[in-house]
Design a protein around this ligand. Structure first.
Ligand SMILES: *Cc1c(COP(=O)(O)O)cnc(C)c1O
Length: 376
């Protein structure tokens, strides 16, 4: 936890639960990624944490922004971010939303299917478009496979069709999966990308752009390589496949920028066991899957926890949220241990919780309000 967040929690004693984001860490992460990949333009994935305070800091540092919906596009524009700095990266858009974005001046759109291409040709004539290719999500804690992208053969046909429909077939995108811990996955993706570039050159189309997606990590329970290691692996793969003739590169970090910048402070509501000889305590917090931690689904994202009794003897726990819903269990199989001295009323800090939390919180399930957040 940064001293700034620690001081805020100590001095303000905000109601629990809440998220506190240190904007200096947002700026630091952005700069580190820029340093690790100086040739790539950064498009912050707004959906990771769309707080205006974060967007303003990133805008000041020269970031561009990838929007997942017309609402995010309009939110960015309301903050004065120019349309030329926005991309509409969702592959699933309503035609009127494409038209609205194009009218606003947005000129970079994703697609992965013929029907989406038809919409783009009608609603954003002449626009720059890139085709998202399919990745398996292997090596990622939060895969983005199956639902997105198409195979290389199909992408090739679609990019030709984009040209024939009067669109500008600008490039290729992929996402290797969020919290991607296997650096080789970018090499796999860039191998496919190179095949596509070559196939299209033969058809008279020179693609200009590779969108390398997100996947950059936050620091959860499992150790991850440094951002520099990501940068090196990506540039090595880029030069291996493209030599000195490097296309323009884009990255779209969400988690890698916002994750480590935030800490959720929560409170222990109840500690119990289910029988007298139960070895594991159930620890119920005032935040759960519906309060902003749905990425614990399948125990996929495993946050680091801090308690006032760290360093003392520990025992195994099941960690659960406060709602009257059976699925509101955070960790059961993941083998979490917490101090034996932990008591009802203790504060617990959930580390690296700045991404995919606030906007994921339910509006009022069981009457609990959405997660409050502070940007300092
Ligand atoms: C969600 C998303 C991202 C951000 O992914 P992270 O792994 O959080 O960095 C980037 N690009 C697209 C298209 C996305 O949908």
């Amino acid at each position: 936890m940064t001293p700034k967040i620690a001081r805020f929690l100590a001095e303000q004693n905000p109601p629990s639960p809440c998220l506190v984001v240190d904007l200096d860490v947002i700026a630091h992460n952005f700069k580190r990624l820029h340093k690790a990949l100086p040739l790539a333009q950064i498009y912050y994935a707004v959906k990771a944490n769309p707080a205006a305070e974060i967007l303003r800091v990133l805008e000041g540092l020269g970031s561009n922004f990838d929007a997942a919906s017309i609402y995010e596009i309009e939110q960015c524009m309301a903050l004065g971010i120019g349309a030329q700095r926005l991309s509409f990266g969702s592959t699933i858009k309503k035609e009127p939303d494409i038209a609205a974005a194009f009218r606003h001046g947005v000129n970079l759109f994703a697609f992965d299917s013929p029907a989406e291409l038809d919409k783009l040709a009608r609603a954003a004539p002449g626009a720059r478009v890139f085709c998202r290719i399919f990745m398996t999500g292997e090596g990622a804690d939060w895969p983005l496979s199956r639902k997105f992208g198409c195979d290389v053969d199909m992408a090739c046909d679609l990019l030709v069709r984009a040209r024939d429909m009067g669109l500008d077939p600008h490039g290729v995108s992929f996402h290797v999966g969020s919290q991607q811990r296997d650096l080789k996955q970018w090499d796999v993706a860039l191998g496919k990308t190179k095949m596509l570039f070559t196939a299209l050159t033969e058809k008279g189309i020179e693609l200009k752009l590779i969108n390398l997606g997100g996947g950059f990590p936050a620091k959860y329970r499992t150790r991850v390589p440094t951002l520099d290691a990501y940068g090196e692996a990506i540039m090595k793969a880029m030069t291996e496949h493209f030599g000195n003739n490097l296309p323009q590169m884009i990255v779209e970090p969400g988690r890698g920028v916002a994750g480590d910048a935030g800490v959720i402070q929560a409170e222990v509501v109840l500690i119990s066991t289910k029988s007298y000889d139960d070895k594991r305590r159930w620890v119920y917090l005032d935040i759960g899957k519906f309060g902003g931690l749905p990425e614990t689904m399948g125990e996929a994202i495993q946050y680091r926890l801090k308690t006032p009794h760290d360093g003392g003897p520990k025992g195994p726990v099941v960690l659960a949220g406060p709602t009257c819903d059976e699925v509101d269990v955070l960790y059961d199989a993941a083998g979490y241990q917490l101090p034996l001295d932990l008591a009802v009323g203790d504060k617990i800090q959930i580390m690296a919780a700045g991404a995919y939390t606030t906007t994921y919180a339910s509006v009022g399930f069981n009457g609990f309000p959405p997660l409050t957040s502070y940007y300092i």
